[in-house]
Design a protein around this ligand. Sequence first.
Ligand code: NDP
Length: 305
Amino acid sequence: MTVTHALDNAPNAQATIIDGKAFAETLRKDVAIGARAFREKRGRAPGLAVVLVGSDPASQVYVRTKMKNALESGIDSFPHLLERDTSETQLLSLIDKLNNDRYVHGILVQLPLPEHIDESKVIAAIDPAKDVDGFHPVNVGLLGQGRAKLIPCTPLGCLMMLKDQLGDLGGKKAVIVGRSNIVGKPMANLLLQENCTVTIVHSRTRDLNNECRQADILVVAIGRAEFIDATAIKPGAIVVDVGINRVEKNGAPLLVGDVDFNSARNVAAAITPVPGGVGPMTVACLMKNTLAAAEAIESDAAVRF
Ligand code: NDP
């Protein structure tokens, strides 16, 4: 969250740093207020089941962060930490149990899953009403039709920060680097709904730098450390760096984005840092989605009973 209006910055001034950590903190507080009201009305907190298969160190960190955020947001979390050799059938049976558990309003399966488990089958088994990651085909379809209910957390967090910077996004030229199902494609749909003119570029795009240089809004999600530098950025653009890459610099481990931050900040009007940009917003949006799912499920239940 920042106080300056990004496009007011003169090109070549140092970019405004978009503070995703502070933004996420504010969002978490809002969710906590909603969660408290939910608890007072329903007699229980919104509940989030977090499923981790195996012991990948990065995934373990993500799961711990999500549970800590849930606690801070007034959301009950139910961890399910499964052995790496858990079978697909066992995992699907757990999902079925969680789908029918009235204390669970959101189900998050930490990806990637071990190779012997079909990820798409597991995602499709989650009740779309509890799909707080927004990856179920029903939620993907609703987003595509402009009728989204649960929106994937990372693009949602990016959109919130962009709107905070720019207000109305209508008419802006947005370029998204990367076309994954969890970031690039839903980001494109969201920006299209905000009336941006949207281009998606990927590994087969010709003259990628030239495409990127057209962007008022540049969202980068490719998983290549510091791949996009100032030569690919239009002066005055807003740059959202989704990438998280673990590298070594001067013998020390370091997290960097997909954007070369030090070069980009001399050209962009505003930029998200890594760490402290998109990452914290992704987790806060997961809490926002869990509260939204809880409210929707319980109000539907009230109608049904
Ligand atoms: P994927 O690997 O699923 O997709 C990467 C995309 O980038 C693909 O579309 C690929 O193109 C494209 N790409 C790869 N290399 C190039 C290249 N040299 N030039 C142009 N395009 C390229 O990645 P994700 O979307 O899952 O993640 C992207 C990054 O974002 C990762 O660093 C990940 O860790 C991070 N991430 C961060 C999150 C957060 O909360 N901050 C959440 C999710 C992801 P093609 O399709 O042609 O192969």
